[in-house]
Design a protein around this ligand. Structure first.
Ligand code: TYM
Length: 341
């Protein structure tokens, strides 16, 4: 049974993650860790957005495996389903339904300007661009506003999508009357942009073809050691942060978040030491920080029924809210055959 949140604020938090592969420390430091850290302050809902991942995940077995594995990872990372229900997007059909409705208040030009769409479609033939990657932000807007969301804790790469969500919600409200809460992105100053370990001007991504570019939450100590060893650095040997040193700055940021130190404190800690000792300490810190998550992940993975049970609790909670909101939306737009009052 779902317990009422013990939150001190009744602000609704909603966020989502694609099950498109292993979760990385980018996902963890930019999103999951913040969800967990503030879960007892808000009325939360978290979602595994499987419909968003259909374009990249075309094997049904892999889709099923990834959904459950990501759910297990989130619970292992500390998400407490009693105060932060987690559910799977396609289990609540109102997400797709509302996305269609919202497409009627979304302009072609707005979607064309989304940087993620531009990046993903750049240099590709029209025939090779799936329309779902164009429509994607409309479904994301539906995810968010279906639940009267106030805050959307995400990494920096999702900022533009949340801005668009605000515009879409405002336009609907203007046309049909107040219906949706206008959400705000909650993007932290640190951790919102963890970069690739191989190309530090690119964000760390779980879909990177080069596995050395990211650290997965499930990477074992040997793999972490090897990846940090191979991580690119900058030309001088000082552990200091600056825009001219994106590689070292990124590694320092990861160290700082995990050790709870500011970049200045990290610099101070390693002053007079070179990259060797820095990488060695960073490796140990990562191994130590991920070990408890990995131990719990193994427990959840050994108990798939428990993961499915927890997802069902989340679905029940989300469905109540989604059904009520969608009924209100349909009444306002006038669709459907019922005689509404
Ligand atoms: P996704 O699945 O790519 O990423 C999930 C979350 O992880 C953050 N993130 C990062 N943060 C810091 N550094 C990185 N290198 C990094 N990589 C990923 C993302 O910003 C995100 O917060 N479109 C979304 C999923 C989505 C969603 C939503 C999010 C669908 N509907 C509704 C919020 C609300 C996406 O593809 O995230």
């Amino acid at each position: 049974m779902f317990m009422e949140p013990t939150s001190t604020s009744n602000k609704r938090v909603f966020s989502g993650m694609q099950p498109s592969g292993v979760a990385t420390i980018g996902n963890y430091l930019g999103a999951i860790r913040n969800w967990v850290a503030q879960q007892d302050q808000y009325d939360n809902l978290f979602c595994i957005v499987d419909l968003h991942a259909m374009g990249t995940l075309t094997d049904p077995d892999e889709m099923r495996e990834n959904i459950h594995s990501l759910a297990a990872t989130m619970f292992a990372a500390g998400l407490n389903p009693e105060i932060a229900p987690l559910f799977v997007q396609s289990d609540v059909p109102q997400h797709a339904e509302l996305a269609w409705t919202l497409s009627n208040v979304t302009q072609f030009g707005e979607l064309s300007r989304m940087t993620q769409f531009k990046d993903k479609s750049a240099g590709k033939d029209d025939a090779a661009i799936n329309s779902a990657i164009f429509f994607y932000p409309v479904l994301m807007a539906a995810d968010i506003i279906l639940y009267d969301t106030d805050l959307v804790p995400v990494g920096d790469d999702q900022r533009q999508h949340v801005e668009l969500t605000r515009d879409i919600a405002t336009r609907f409200n203007t046309r049909y009357g107040d219906t949706f809460v206008i959400p705000k992105a909650d993007i932290k100053e640190v951790g919102a942009r963890i970069m690739s370990l191989q190309e530090p001007t690119k964000k760390m991504s779980k879909s990177d073809a080069n596995a050395n570019a990211y650290i997965a939450l499930s990477d074992d100590p040997d793999v972490i050691k090897r990846k940090i060893k191979r991580a690119v650095t900058d030309s001088d040997a000082r552990v200091s942060a600056s825009p001219e040193k994106p590689a070292v700055t990124n590694l320092m940021q990861i160290y700082g978040i995990l050790a709870d130190l500011s970049l200045d404190q990290v610099e101070e800690h390693f002053s007079g030491k070179g990259y060797g000792p820095f990488k060695a300490e960073l490796t140990d810190l990562l191994i130590e920080s991920l070990a408890p998550i990995q131990a719990k992940l193994a427990e959840y993975k050994a108990n798939p029924e428990e993961v499915a049970r927890l997802l069902e609790i989340g679905r029940t909670r989300a469905a109540i809210l989604a059904e009520a909101k969608m009924a209100d939306v349909n009444r306002k737009t006038g669709v459907g055959g019922k005689l509404h009052r």
